[in-house]
Write a protein that binds this ligand. Structure first.
Ligand code: M6R
Length: 606
């Protein structure tokens, strides 16, 4: 997501901030900015676009010994000069990474008190809240009081023109790290921002506030109690630091999924089962109208649509069609007038998905996009928009974007089902409880990493794989096979398990690897029969499941048991080991995991 860097010391902070921002470029961003105190005034320089644009706006010989900087990856409000950070209020300037869940209610309160907003961001709410309390409190107390009113995730760093010798940072569910060197201090969202200057770091924990000065730093909790913290020495190379110590971006992004999903859920559902509509524009009264949905996408996003179909049809009893965008755009689709077209795209720039969206719009039906990039073409051209909040995805193979798309479908299904009276309030509440528990379940699933590496060692030389699943787990099989083929170049096919007898079974011979994805429930017995059919032909069965039935265990050569959720969320959980499986096979085969041959992250040509 966004990148933060702050500096206080004896050197020219402007140069250090610009250098730090460049080191954060790898994360992806749409705008950048910095703030410093000059002649007792706050100066802000910020703009949309590249850091080189920002650099060209800074007057030569600008000097300051403290400054804060930011690269923005839009979450609230499109990429623009106004929405770029820092944001200001009274004597302070502030940068932020994260999502403030209650920003709408806080904004209303502040507007009623006369505060004027210059941006569409949730961040400006934090600035004004601190500005408001600053009228009667010290800077530290004002920041503390404001933070206690925020709900959501934030890492903030701020300066105050009346306290130019101090920077303040606060962390809540969004990383913030301090760099400690002789007579200078750094604060950043990521270590690479200052790794060229300093290797001694202190990691802030949730609910901690740091006061930084040239002389030192002090850390407090939000009740004002001082805390002792350990200083760590970082041995990472710059390239390792960019990946947070992971070997590849893909692995880092697989491990980011609990956070990406928590952010995608944040503020969209309430614990009593209600769905929050304000942000995406599609209201309950609109939802009642739809008689048919068309879900359209490419690649991995298409697999998310297939999962979405199972959810929507079952929870909401609305017919759903799913199409590959490159096919849909050339079909003659007889849209009914009360249809909703849903484009699903991580990048929001995929040429075929965009063309399919334009085709649907031309026919006059309403359009919704589920998209990860704010301000992208697909998101701009859709009537309604649901942003997933995975953050920039750098690995070409989609991982966290996919699981967030499935979560978006779950929330959409919940909203449709509630508005049409297809589920009770109690049922909605149960579904929300399951959703809230999902990030923790993914964290637990990631603990299978070592087991997966052991299995992979036995099979990574195999030239072919078959992935099988039934019902809502069939698209999971498709996604598992796609991950494997795109990063390891192994031929892999995903199939509906029930379809196996109609062809693929001919492939099975001794030790042919077949990956089964199966949950508890009515289709389990049928899947067990399919496993028996593979075993009867001496195939090598790897099972991913949330049920540890004895027979399943006995039949499988390898079984990964996972604590599942309800059937709609299991595809998210089951996808995680499949991503790791593909990843470790590709690593053992020496493949370029983050940039597989012949593939591009965003396919903007037909
Ligand atoms: O940006 P999009 O979601 O529209 O991209 C669609 C596909 O190109 C993408 O999912 C592709 O299949 C990935 N490489 C899969 O990992």
């Amino acid at each position: 997501m966004c990148g933060i860097i702050g500096y206080i010391g004896n050197k020219n902070a402007i140069n250090i901030i610009l250098e730090g921002l460049k080191k954060l470029e790898y994360r992806g961003y749409d705008s950048a900015g910095l703030a410093f105190v000059n002649d007792s005034q706050i100066e802000i320089v910020k703009c949309k676009g590249k850091i080189s644009n920002l650099e060209s706006l800074i007057k030569p010989a600008t000097f300051s010994t403290s400054a804060i900087g930011h690269t923005r990856w839009a979450t609230h409000g499109k990429p623009s000069n106004e929405n770029a950070h820092p944001h200001t209020s009274r004597s302070i300037a502030l940068v932020h990474n994260g999502i403030i869940e209650n920003y709408i209610e806080l904004k209303k309160e502040l507007e009623a008190e006369g505060y004027k907003f210059n941006s569409e961001t949730d961040t400006e709410v934090i600035a004004h809240l601190i500005g408001k309390y600053r009228k009667e409190l010290s800077l530290v107390d004002a920041v503390r009081k404001a933070c206690l009113r925020l709900r959501g995730s934030y890492a903030i760093v701020l300066i105050d023109r009346n306290e130019p010798d101090m920077l303040i940072g606060v962390r809540m569910e969004s990383p913030l790290v301090i760099g400690v060197s002789d007579e200078e201090r750094f604060i950043a969202s990521d270590i690479p921002a200052f790794l060229n200057y300093c290797r001694n770091v202190v990691f802030l924990e949730d609910g901690e506030m740091v006061l930084l000065s040239k002389e030192g730093f002090k850390i407090y909790n939000l009740n004002g109690e001082e805390k002792e913290k350990k200083v760590h020495t970082i041995a990472w190379t710059p390239s390792m630091a960019e990946k947070d110590g992971f070997k590849h971006y893909m692995l880092k992004e697989i491990y980011e999924q609990p956070r990406a999903i928590a952010d995608t859920i944040r503020g969209r559902v309430l614990s009593d089962g209600e769905v929050v509509y304000e942000e995406w524009g599609l209201m309950p009264q609109d939802m009642k109208e739809f008689e048919r949905l068309y879900l359209v996408a490419c690649g991995t996003s298409y697999h998310a649509c297939l999962i979405g179909k199972y959810m929507i049809e079952e929870m909401c009893e609305i017919p759903v069609e799913v199409d590959i965008a490159s096919e849909f755009r050339y079909r003659k689709v007889p849209f009914g007038k009360n249809s909703l077209f849903v484009a699903v795209t991580q990048s929001g720039e995929t040429a075929d998905t965009l063309a399919a969206l334009r085709y649907a719009k031309k026919s006059g039906i309403k359009t919704l996009s589920i998209c990860n990039v704010i301000g992208s073409t697909v998101s701009r051209e859709s009537d309604y928009i649901f942003y997933t909040r995975s953050g920039p995805e750098i690995g070409v193979a989609s991982t966290k974007a996919f699981t967030s798309q499935v979560v978006a479908f779950y929330i959409l299904s919940l909203a449709l089902a509630l508005s049409r009276g297809k589920i009770s309030k109690e049922m909605a509440q149960d579904l929300v409880i399951d959703l809230m528990a999902l990030p923790r379940k993914i964290e637990d699933t990631l603990k299978l990493d070592a087991d997966i590496q052991t299995i992979v060692k036995e099979v990574y030389r195999k030239p072919n794989f078959l992935y099988l699943g039934r019902g809502i787990n069939y698209p999971v099989a498709l996604e598992g096979a796609l991950k494997l083929k795109e990063i390891s170049y192994i031929h892999a096919e995903g199939y509906a398990a029930g379809e196996m007898k109609h062809g693929p079974i001919a492939l099975i011979e001794e030790n042919f690897p077949v990956v089964f994805i199966t949950s508890h429930g009515s289709l389990l017995e049928k899947t067990i029969s399919n496993i028996q059919e593979i075993k009867a032909r001496d195939g090598f069965v790897i099972t991913i499941t949330d049920t540890n039935k004895g027979l399943l265990n006995r039949l499988s050569d390898k079984l990964l048991y996972i604590e599942g959720s309800n059937p709609y969320l299991n595809p998210v959980i089951f996808t995680v080991p499949l991503q790791l499986f593909a990843y470790y096979i590709a690593v053992l085969r020496g493949c370029d995991v983050d940039q597989p041959r012949n593939l591009a992250k965003s396919v903007t040509v037909e």
